[in-house]
Design a protein around this ligand. Structure first.
Ligand code: MGD
Ligand code: MGD
Ligand code: MO
Length: 803
């Protein structure tokens, strides 16, 4: 496997560590994006592709869900990591029948995620039959027939599971959920279950709609912006330009994070001369280095200080008019908050009293406050409660439904919000199901379906037998990798509709099928006409996306076509849904969406406007709250936080600067000073010392989970380098998905069932190399552990550019 002449060969044990950077973007970012494009696509395709990224006549960036600035788009409305996402998809490397013939499943399982992703675009439908070791080509019609046969053979439709990742367009998502509900189940887990489910749950309960209430303009107009549990420099880089603008017009930005993330400290805008030459703009005015899981304590502590100031100087803090006319539950909540013990708040947050008082003063001084957040808040046991307390902090001062103020959950996948709007949810409300039934003459099932965690349980326990995924990488994205692997292998059939090879293709059911699909950048022609799709960004703006690249092969089909063709095979010619018409003309799908989904009237016309259109949002538009009380709700939550048990550490699992979720772009985390490897554990100097380790030591991570019977379940992830880092004492960080085998399936957030990826109790052991060939724990002998990708060095096949 070794080819030392190849310049891409990495020895993951040869990791270089330098000091973390205190600024994001700038010239290195421009260079990295061009280099990645050239490596994957060659010069012509790179120039052509990047010129269309996020432009009105181009395609929506398959990176994050951050909106485009309406009206004035720059020539280059993208970031380094958007360019990497595009290069990853628009690559000219290919994975076809010859590749699968050459590599058996055990061989592929031994490769790293990085290596798998680097092999290129999937080009042919493939099948692996019971007992087989290789995927083999299969025709589309035969593949559909195999899937339909398996689905029809199930005793109940609820024994099938249909996953969705968040890149799927509105049109594809709508026909997909229509097929699934026509089949008879609501088992529709999606990546949102592992992402912003806590936000959706908290916002629905408090303000009556599970979406953010602000626009880009609001951010620019804000007086005060809190950014909690989010790393925009890496994951939403275009947000930095907006923050820079907000600051130029006087906003104060407070970053709340256990880590001093580069993007929050300083930002150099590569689009501007001073960004290239100068020191860049200071983004965060204050950095609250909070302990992992301390945010609810911070929000409750702040609320208490605000209530006390109102007592001292009545009428100066609370928006009484708003509270009286628009809110419910304030008095009860305030009574609860007054009883909060500030000593506990200081212990839970690790902050000083002065820091909290200063933040309280900033909240009182601000006439327009926005709270932004992402995974640092949602992936916590008390994620829903934390967000409800953040909302309460805004509501008490009337900070919603007015310019420059509101809630801003910053979404991940580029259409994760749109997929939900289109009905990808295991518990869509009755009004949606009824509208769907009325439009199509079907009978949607009413019983709620399974989310991601419950789907794994069902497959593990033999209660579900067919698993199908519209994009994503279910195995690597979900917690408890070995348990998920066993669950998937327990299925009769697994089907992956994908653009790129990933670990989920290698851990399959008795029969496994791969269906290669077009991506966002690809030209989609049906019936001689170029088809358009639409997406909804993090701020509820719906707009078109038009791919333009020549697809990786003749065999690729669009997600819409795949769903409609499978539905025809499954339901036969007499089904009431016009599948054929939908596959040939996406305008017809949009016309149906317009009749079923609120806010989409005149969809086909409005989506063709230059900047698309904004969906209704009652709290933002008219300060109306469609909750059970008809008002904005203050919810009383007991204070919860994450103490560090003696001799243990709390691990958060996060993204490096060189990955898109489970897709690994490269092995460098530039802003955090890591080069050439991913198996690192960021740890405070004092913990290094107290545990008797030195920088660079190799350790094994063992997570501990108490069973109901009092015993402890241990999970391991082996061989991580210790990297001293400015993280709070007792709190450590490492990358996902390498650490997912450590997260117990039952470690979930209350109410949202989201895996708690940001607070896992672990201990360290000095790394003991395992005997060569010995099976990793949790796997059958001879079968490589799906969660511990092999350390095989990276070897690139030579590829010929076709453009
Ligand atoms: N380039 C790139 N862009 C992406 C993605 C990607 O992988 N790569 N993924 C996309 C997706 S799906 C998503 S959901 C988003 C994710 O965007 P983020 O949520 O920014 O992603 P994470 O890397 O998980 O970072 C979580 C941040 O929360 C902090 N944190 C951890 N625990 C706590 C805590 O208890 N309290 C507080 N206050 N902070 C905490 C971490 O230090 C880190 O800065 O990005 C999207 N955009
Ligand atoms: N430990 C830990 N686990 C986490 C997280 C964490 O912070 N820590 N974050 C969670 C979050 S926020 C999320 S959103 C999930 C992400 O979970 P997923 O969305 O399931 O994972 P991705 O890595 O984004 O999926 C990548 C795969 O999608 C396929 N793909 C890409 N584009 C397309 C397309 O256009 N069409 C189709 N059909 N396929 C496509 C490719 O085959 C690629 O390999 O992971 C979650 N898991
Ligand atoms: Mo996400």
């Amino acid at each position: 496997m070794t080819n030392t002449t190849d310049r891409h060969v990495f020895d993951e044990n040869d990791i270089q560590i330098t000091d973390p950077k205190s600024y994001a973007a700038g010239v290195p970012a421009v260079l990295v994006s061009l280099r990645r494009g050239l490596e994957q696509m060659g010069p012509l395709r790179t120039a052509r592709t990047l010129a269309r990224l996020n432009q009105r006549h181009g395609f929506d960036c398959p990176g994050c869900a951050w909106p485009e600035t309406p009206g004035h788009r720059k020539a280059a409305e993208f970031c380094e990591n958007g360019a990497k996402a595009v290069a990853e998809e628009a690559t000219t490397r290919k994975v076809g029948p010859a590749f699968f013939a050459a590599h058996s499943i055990p061989e592929l399982l031994a490769q790293t995620d990085f290596w798998l992703g680097q092999q290129g675009r999937l080009t042919h439908p493939m099948i692996i039959r019971p007992g087989g070791a290789h995927y083999e080509p299969i025709g589309w019609d035969e593949a559909y027939a195999v899937i339909a046969e398996h689905l029809r053979a199930l005793p109940s439709p609820d024994e099938a599971i249909f996953y969705t990742s968040g890149r799927t367009s509105n049109e594809a998502a709508f026909v997909y959920q229509l097929m699934i509900r026509s089949f008879g189940t609501n088992n529709m887990p999606d990546c949102s279950n592992m992402c912003h489910e806590s936000s959706g749950t908290a916002l629905t309960e408090t303000i009556g709609i599970g979406k953010g209430s602000v626009s880009v303009t609001d951010l620019e107009d804000a007086d005060l912006i809190l950014i909690a549990g989010q790393n925009p420099g890496t994951n939403h880089p275009r947000m930095l330009s907006v923050l820079e603008k907000a600051k130029a017009s006087g906003a104060t930005v407070i970053a709340i994070n256990p880590l001093p993330e580069a993007g929050l400290l300083r930002f150099k805008d590569p689009q501007k001369v001073n960004g290239v030459l100068g020191d860049g703009a200071q983004i965060a005015d204050e950095f609250l280095q909070i302990r992992i899981g301390g945010d609810q304590a911070l929000f409750q502590g702040l609320a208490k200080l605000l209530l006390e100031e109102e007592d001292r100087r009545p009428g100066t803090v609370l928006d009484r008019e708003f509270l009286d006319s628009r809110c419910a539950g304030f008095e009860q909540w305030a009574e609860h908050i007054r009883a909060v013990d500030l000593a506990t708040v200081l212990e839970a947050t690790g902050l000083t009293r002065e820091q909290i008082e200063q933040t309280a003063r900033a909240l009182i001084a601000s006439n327009a406050t926005i709270v932004c957040w992402a995974m640092g808040l949602t992936q916590q046991t008390h994620g829903v409660a934390t967000i409800e307390d953040a909302v309460a902090l805004l509501l008490m001062r009337g900070m919603i439904g007015k310019p420059g103020a509101g809630v801003c959950p910053v979404r991940g996948h580029s259409n994760v919000q749109g997929d939900r709007t289109m009905g990808i949810w295991e518990k869509m409300p009755e009004s949606f199901l009824q509208a769907l039934d009325d439009e199509f003459g079907i009978r949607s099932p009413r019983r709620h379906g399974l989310d991601a965690v419950d789907s794994i349980r069902a497959m593990r326990d033999g209660a579900a037998h067919v698993f199908m995924a519209m994009g994503g990488n279910f195995l690597s994205a979900t917690p408890d990798t070995d348990v998920t692997a066993a669950a998937l292998r327990n299925c009769a059939l697994t089907v992956q509709i994908s653009t790129k090879l990933n670990r989920s293709h290698l851990v399959h059911g008795r029969t496994g099928i791969i269906l290669p699909s077009l991506g966002r950048t690809d030209k989609d022609v049906r019936n001689g006409r170029k088809q358009l799709v639409s997406v909804e960004d993090s701020m509820s703006v719906v707009h078109l996306s038009r791919g333009g690249l020549t697809p990786a092969g003749e065999q690729l089909r669009s997600e819409v076509a795949i769903v409609c063709e499978l539905a025809q095979a499954l339901f036969g010619p007499d089904h009431p849904v016009p599948w054929r018409g939908f596959a040939d003309d996406y305008d017809a799908i949009r016309d149906a969406i317009a009749r079923v989904v609120p806010g989409f009237d005149d969809f086909n016309t409005r989506v063709r406007r230059p900047d698309g259109f904004v969906l209704p949002h009652p709290p933002r538009d008219e300060r109306r709250f469609h909750t059970a009380t008809g008002k904005a709700n203050f919810v009383v939550n007991d204070l919860d936080w994450v103490p560090v048990p003696e001799g243990r550490l709390i691990l958060q699992t996060l993204r490096s600067h060189d990955q898109y979720n489970t897709t690994i772009y490269g092995l460098d985390d530039r802003y955090r000073g890591v080069k050439g490897g991913r198996r690192v554990l960021f740890v405070n100097d004092r913990d290094l010392e107290s545990f008797g380790f030195a920088a660079g030591d190799r350790v094994d991570l063992i997570s501990e989970w108490p069973r109901p019977d009092g015993t402890v379940e241990a999970r391991r992830a082996d061989d991580f380098r210790l990297v001293p880092y400015p993280t709070p004492v007792g709190n450590v960080a490492a990358y996902y998905p390498e650490t997912n085998p450590l997260i117990p399936l039952d470690h979930v957030a209350r109410k949202s069932n989201t895996p708690v990826s940001k607070a896992v109790t672990i201990r360290l052991e000095a790394h003991t190399p395992r005997r060569e060939g010995a099976a990793a724990p949790g796997t059958a002998p001879g079968r490589p552990s799906p969660g511990s990708p092999g350390r095989g060095e990276l070897v690139h096949r030579s590829v010929a550019w076709d453009e």
